[in-house]
Design a protein around this ligand. Structure first.
Ligand code: CUA
Length: 174
């Protein structure tokens, strides 16, 4: 190998190694955040920071009586595993994915929402009557797809717990 070939080889290696490096460092550049819009989230750090940290998931009561529900879809479950909401109030659903593309469906209704890694999907829902709904994943997302599901419990408004600011509700584990 002569020097010229060696130099070309080294420059190529250097150039190739810079590609993942720049991608990695892009993640928190504010300009890129701005260009991508406020709906961008980093799927790799969902559990560590931002809107989708664990104690921010579930149902949050808004000051106007409506509720906001935040969820994460990941192979092969939805977090929280069970969602509790009051009947007859507007529900703002916000969901993102930690990995693949999932579709969260509400059996017995026309509601369904796509969960994508890197972005927040939003939907406005309302359930006029108390009841229970299965929420399966409707997009084939891998080996555990058919077992991937969550559950929605709609309770009468007066039975929904009064939440303090910052407090979240979920029926997981009940
Ligand atoms: Cu998630 Cu199928």
């Amino acid at each position: 190998m002569n020097w010229r070939k060696l130099r070309t080889f080294l420059l190529t290696v250097l150039a190739l190694s810079l590609i993942p490096a720049t991608r990695y460092y892009q993640i928190d550049v504010p300009l890129l955040h701005w260009l991508r819009g406020s709906r961008h989230v980093d799927p790799l750090s969902l559990h560590l920071m931002g809107e989708f940290v664990e104690n921010n998931l579930g149902t949050e009561q808004d000051s106007d009586g409506s509720v906001t529900v935040r969820m994460i879809a990941q192979q092969y479950l939805f977090i929280p595993h069970c969602i509790l909401i009051p009947a007859g109030v507007p529900v703002h659903l916000r969901i993102t994915s930690a990995d693949a593309v999932h579709w969260l469906a509400f059996d017995g209704t026309d509601y369904k929402i796509k969960a994508l890694p890197g972005t927040i999907s939003e939907a406005q829902l309302q359930f006029p009557h108390p009841g229970e709904y299965k929420m399966p994943c409707r997009e084939f997302c891998g080996a555990g797809h058919y077992a991937m599901r969550s559950e929605l419990k709609v309770v009468p408004r007066e039975q929904f717990p009064v939440l303090q600011p910052g407090e979240r509700s979920s029926c997981a584990g009940h």
